[in-house]
Ligand binder design. Structure first.
Ligand code: CA
Length: 234
């Protein structure tokens, strides 16, 4: 498996796309190319890249909607590529979960620096997400780490924030074992976030309100006194 950072270029303009691809390859990135939203989905279904360079003006779908879709499924780095006059779109794009943007015409060196910085920032989270694939079952619940979805015993999808999901996934991967708050912090650490012990307690509290019949008397996420938390096995 390649250890190079993987960048996906989504751009319908072939000359711009191949120039960018050549430049980023020369900078040491593994590069995939997509000419539209359909291509993009095909590439991502094979391998989720580290960073997506996303042209917001695509022939088949809005890059803004694609940014939102990407963000709902993974922590992949997203850099919007916009035209100078697209200021409103840039703001909306950042609100929808893009990490950064760059305006055409851009300096390729600056772009490479931004791609590399973003890739370093998302690397720990992407590594955790890639290792977190699989489906875990406990007390009738199912946590699907590929779809990042929690399904209740009655088959309903329950919305979790990224923090809640990460804590539950860490507990599920270690079901039956007590994890300390420090271990949970390590397993859910997002680069740059100021996470403190107390946050784990807050996230566990929120999870209990979502999944426990009696949140004050939990039977799924158990408190292990003097240690931390344990998810019931099976
Ligand atoms: Ca375009």
């Amino acid at each position: 498996m390649s250890t190079k950072a993987h960048v996906l270029i989504v751009e319908d303009e072939p000359v711009t796309r191949s120039k960018l691809a050549a430049y980023l390859m020369a900078e040491g990135f593994q590069v995939s190319e997509a000419a539209d939203a359909r291509d993009m989905r095909a590439v991502i279904s094979r391998a989720v890249p580290d960073v997506v360079l996303l042209d917001i003006n695509l022939p088949d779908e809005s890059g803004l909607i694609l940014a939102r879709d990407l963000r709902s499924k993974s922590s992949v780095g997203i850099i919007l590529v916009t035209a100078r006059q697209d200021e409103m779109d840039r703001i909306v794009g950042l609100e929808l979960g893009a990490d950064d943007y760059i305006t055409k015409p851009f300096n390729p060196r600056e772009l490479a620096v931004r791609v590399r910085n973003l890739q370093r920032r998302v690397a720990p989270t992407m590594a955790a997400e890639r290792s977190a694939s699989g489906v875990y079952a406990f007390a009738g619940w199912r946590l699907d780490c590929d779809a990042r979805q929690l399904i209740s015993p009655t088959g309903e999808a329950v919305r979790l924030t990224r923090g809640e999901f990460d804590v539950l996934a860490a507990l599920a991967r270690n079901a039956g074992r007590a994890l300390t708050r420090d271990q949970l912090l390590d397993l859910t650490q997002h680069d740059g976030d100021a996470v403190v012990d107390r946050t784990i307690d807050v996230l566990v509290g929120r999870l209990r309100r979502k999944i426990e019949a009696e949140p004050r008397n939990p039977s799924i996420i158990l408190t292990v006194h003097g240690v931390g938390y344990r998810l019931v096995a099976g």
